[in-house]
Write a protein of this length. Structure first.
Length: 202
């Protein structure tokens, strides 16, 4: 499902059979009602074939696999020329970094006026934005459950522990209703000036 080495998720594509995309190619992320162990997310993503498709991703794959924290991941150890489980290497590193106060993903919560750590399962909408290729990202805050829109780089989304030093923030408090927010998001994204904020977490 997720490949740590290429940082890509694999999905079915009606045209190509299989396709693999980065997190930044996701367009909508919605938690399916009901399924809880694990929670399942419905993802609409922009496929390399030019169309958008819908796929399902389990919570573990969405949040933990990019950190090497899912089961069964392996890598080729060039020192021993053996395929070995990723767990020890990646897990140790990821846990040490989180303990040191580094977060795999973060965003700026506008209603709370502060940066916060987050996981991809709290991303709601992603849209390619400005000519520089940055991404408009609507995030549901895990702390206050309100939605903020940040303007970030692809790396900020795709690479765990890569957090942009500065990001754009739309100065607007969004309604919590997702359907309405989707329309508002599009309107704001393409019309708003983004206010630059620093993403330093304490
Ligand atoms: Zn496709
Ligand atoms: Zn918040």
């Amino acid at each position: 499902m997720y490949d740590v080495l290429t940082t890509r998720y694999t999905f079915a594509c009606p045209a190509r059979g299989k396709t693999s995309v980065r997190l930044s190619a996701f367009r909508e992320v919605d938690r399916l009602p009901g399924a809880a162990h694990p929670a399942v997310f419905r993802v609409r993503f922009a496929c390399g074939c030019g169309e958008d498709h819908v796929g399902l991703v389990a919570h573990d794959d969405l949040d933990w696999a990019p950190l090497g924290l899912d089961d069964g991941a392996t890598f080729l150890n060039l020192m021993t020329a053996r395929v070995e489980p990723l767990d020890s290497e990646f897990v140790d590193l990821a846990i040490r970094r989180i303990q040191a106060g580094e977060w795999p993903w973060s965003f700026f919560c506008y209603p709370e006026e502060r940066p916060r750590p987050v996981f991809p399962s709290f991303f709601r909408l992603l849209a390619p934005s400005a000519p520089d290729g940055s991404i408009g990202l609507a995030v549901l805050c895990p702390a206050c459950f309100r939605i903020s829109i940040n303007l970030v780089t692809h790396e900020h989304v795709d690479l765990p522990f890569h957090n942009d030093a500065e990001i754009g923030v739309v100065e607007h408090v969004f309604a919590s209703d997702t359907a309405q927010t989707l329309e508002e998001f599009r309107a704001r994204l393409y019309s708003s000036d983004f206010d630059a904020r620093r993403l330093l977490l304490e």
